[in-house]
Design a protein around this ligand. Structure first.
Ligand SMILES: O=C(O)CCC(=O)C(=O)O
Ligand SMILES: [Fe+2]
Length: 229
């Protein structure tokens, strides 16, 4: 997989949406995976997300900075163990800026710091339905980093959850950034390809880390109009 006849090249999937294959080298993937393993521990660790309709998401999730739940953000795990969300580290904010610059150029780097990470863990049968990342108030680009198994990432349009869309393979170390006109495009993960992770990484399954700018200032509950307390 690392020595292909035709190396994968960066691609603009839609205006504002760019795929950068192999952006994280093996070392950085390993360090990010080690950090994810720490973040996954309780309290405020990896959890199954319940949707308002009574279903459960098939990927499991842990958040940093702000806790996401369907459909808003809080400072504590309001739909879980109630613990304060884990802090969002400065090095991850720097990685977010570096990623935007690599994918979209220096002018696209947001003035506000990245302050949210949603980390999704996919086992063989996990998927994520088409959705928009619309619970943030900032329009800063979303940064997506993938580790472990390859998946099919479906990137669609802002209007509908259906076609037109483009299917992209996201592999371990790949970067995908969507901002500007693509910031509110629907996207999802219809399939994970089990057993495709680089053996040296030592991960069974797939991790995806999305970095976002909340735009909340200090008072998200008022902005979200959804106070759990
Ligand atoms: O796993 C992925 O690649 C996508 C994750 C995603 O869309 C999200 O966390 O909102
Ligand atoms: Fe998303």
């Amino acid at each position: 997989m690392d020595a292909e006849l035709f190396p994968r090249s960066r691609a603009q999937v839609a205006p504002g949406a760019v795929h950068v294959p192999d952006w994280l080298d093996g070392d950085r993937q390993q360090r990010l995976l080690d950090a994810c393993r720490e973040w996954a521990r309780p309290p405020a660790g990896l959890r199954t997300v319940r949707t308002p309709g009574g279903g459960t998401m098939t990927s499991r999730q842990v958040c940093l900075g702000w806790h996401w739940y369907p459909y808003g953000y809080a400072r504590t795990v309001v739909d879980g163990d109630g613990a304060p969300v884990k802090p969002f580290p400065d090095w991850l904010a720097a990685l977010g800026r570096e990623a935007v610059e690599a994918a979209l150029g220096p002018r696209a780097v947001p003035w506000e710091p990245y302050d949210i990470a949603l980390i999704n863990f996919y086992e063989a049968d996990a998927r994520m339905g088409m959705h928009r990342d619309s619970d943030e108030t900032s329009d800063a680009p979303v940064v997506s980093l993938s580790l472990g198994d390859t998946c099919v990432f479906r990137f669609g349009n802002t209007e509908t959850r259906t076609r037109p869309y483009t299917d992209v393979e996201l592999r371990s170390g790949d970067l995908f950034v969507f901002g500007g006109p693509a910031r509110l495009a629907h996207h999802g993960v219809p399939k994970v390809r089990p057993g495709t992770a680089p053996p040296a990484l030592g991960l069974t399954g797939r991790l995806n880390i999305t970095l976002r700018v909340s735009g909340f200032g200090r008072d998200p509950q008022r902005i979200m109009g959804d106070s759990p307390s």
